[in-house]
Every structure is written in C-alpha cells, then in structure tokens.
Design a protein around this ligand. Structure first.
Ligand SMILES: Cc1cc2nc3c(=O)[nH]c(=O)nc-3n(C[C@H](O)[C@H](O)[C@H](O)COP(=O)(O)O)c2cc1C
Length: 210
C-alpha cells in the first residue's frame, strides 16, 4: 500500500520532468551520483530480464566536442554534465546463461526452468529484427527511469533522437553488437524547459475495442 506522501513525491517528480535544453556548463556530476543514477536506471524491467541496455557515458569536454556535430550541434551536448548514450544489445541472448545461471545459484528458479527459458530466448532472438525491436523497446524503459531518477536527484534531462547513429558508432568505436537508441543529456538546469501540451484522454484512450 503506498502512502499519500510516496504518491505525492512520485507525482511531483513525474510531472516536473520536462526536456531541459540549457544547463550550467560548470557543474560537474560526482562519479557516485552517476553510479546511483545508472543503478536506478538499470532496475527497469526488460524482456526475459535480458537488460538489453548499455550506457556509454560522455562527461569529458573532448568527448562532448566529438559528439556535438554527431548530434547536429545541439547545445545541450556541451552544456550538460553528462550525456548518456543508451545502446541496445543486438545479442542479448548471449547474456541469458549468465542471468539465468545467477537466478539458479540464488535459488530463484530451477535448472529446468533456466533451460526452458534460455531455449525460448535463443529461439525468439534467432530473428534479428525481433532482437532489434526488443532492444529498442527495452532501452526506452531504462531511458525513462534514468530521466525520472535524474529529476528525483535534483537534475534535469532531455532525451535526444537527433543524432547520426552511424557516425556515433564510428567515432566512439561502438562494437557491432550494440547500436545507439537514444541520447539523454543530464545536468543542472540553466533555463527552464518550455511547457508542452498533451493530448486529452478523450483523444488517447480507446475503451475495450475500436
Ligand atoms: C525519442 C525522443 C527523441 C527526442 N529527440 C530530441 C532531440 O533530438 N532534441 C531535443 O531538443 N529534444 C528531443 N526530444 C524531446 C521532445 O521534444 C520532448 O520530449 C517533447 O517535446 C515533450 O516535452 P517534454 O519532454 O518537456 O515533456 C526527444 C524526445 C524523445 C522521446
């Protein structure tokens, strides 16, 4: 049962998150806070718990300057304390043995269930387009958690799809196994986000069937 305080705090975090595009360029995010943020982000759910995300963290000036033209010169890249490139894992089935091995060792599942799940995963991800689709979907979930965690820790953020993925892969030496899904800039706001409208529930919700 959630208390009203818990609900109020969560609602405030959720509703105050908005895409900030100007940050204090002098703010340095301590390593411990980066670790805390990414720990919270990585607690997101994922298909078969395969955790199809990897986080390429850009904080050094030189690396930000490399990323700037790849993200079409968006100012937030150089002003943010960090930019997290969320990479999708195209071969997440490779992690299944480790994850389900740990689950057996920790007494969470039986060996029989592990074998069944691993073979299910290998079957599903033999289809490469399924692998990519799942990785994209699951990266979206961790990105959202990252942005909410940032807000709760006193930071602001902005998701960015405006970048050239092949240039990013080339310049940052991303191995073939991974592909960039979305960038998330995080920092101390120097200017508030522009308010944005939302569609009404009348436009968004279909009850039971079309
Ligand atoms: C997948 C995705 C890609 C986006 N790409 C960019 C981007 O490249 N640059 C940018 O300034 N904002 C980008 N945005 C931010 C959206 O414009 C913003 O989320 C939307 O207008 C709603 O505003 P809000 O985030 O403040 O609620 C992106 C958002 C998402 C979810």
């Amino acid at each position: 049962m959630t208390t009203s305080t818990q609900y109020d705090v969560f609602k405030e975090v959720m509703l105050s998150r908005a895409s900030v595009k100007r940050y204090d360029p002098n703010h340095v995010m301590p390593e411990a806070e980066i670790d805390e943020l990414l720990t919270l982000a990585s607690s997101a759910p994922s298909s078969w718990n395969l955790q199809h995300w990897r986080y390429l963290v850009i904080s050094k000036e030189e690396q930000k300057q490399k990323l700037m033209p790849i993200a079409f010169g968006q100012k937030q890249i150089e002003e943010a304390s960090i930019v997290v490139v969320i990479l999708g894992d195209l071969e997440s089935y490779r992690t299944a043995h480790q994850i389900y091995g740990d689950a057996v060792d920790q007494g969470q599942i039986t060996r029989e269930l592990r074998d069944k799940l691993v073979s299910q995963i290998e079957g599903a991800y033999a289809d490469k387009s399924r692998s990519q689709m799942d990785a994209t979907l699951n990266c979206g979930l961790t990105a959202m958690q990252l942005m909410l965690a940032a807000k709760a820790m006193g930071y602001d953020s902005c998701p960015m799809g405006g970048f050239d993925p092949s240039k990013l892969v080339r310049e940052f030496h991303v191995p073939d196994r991974y592909f960039p899904v979305v960038l998330v800039s995080i920092g101390k706001a120097a200017q508030p986000a522009r308010p944005t409208p939302r569609l009404s529930l009348n436009e968004l919700v279909i009850k039971e069937s079309f």
